[in-house]
Design a protein around this ligand. Sequence first.
Ligand SMILES: [Ca+2]
Ligand SMILES: [Ca+2]
Length: 137
Amino acid sequence: MGAPESDPRPQGQTQTDAGTVYLADAKDLDDGGVDVDGIGVTIPGIQLIGTQEGEALGYAIAAGGDNRADGSKDLLIGAPLYDADLRTDAGRVIQTSQVLTTGVYEASEIGATVGGMQWTGAAVGDQLGEAVAGVGT
Ligand SMILES: [Ca+2]
Ligand SMILES: [Ca+2]
């Protein structure tokens, strides 16, 4: 689930409209309403939070298959309003490539301390990640 206009607090600092992605493991939950705040904290699952103000992480999400053929299923997450260096709103797509355990992760950790890749848009205003889709296996 994507909440691209949420205001997460990476490093304890509020980033307006940075966006949040929630992945919940619903198998042990009862029917009814769930507050997503608890995902990755008190509810098994993962919260991935945007790290740049206004980047809109979670605008688009797709299962990426095992694109890197390393045995774990990937996830593609778009943040179309991400500023890549001086390229305002070039956008980025985050591709995870390891099995993430329950917890809260910051988008900038993917490809650094957590396995995966960061694809960034080529030019100002490209908005890479406004749409993503997984193809193949
Ligand atoms: Ca907001
Ligand atoms: Ca931006």
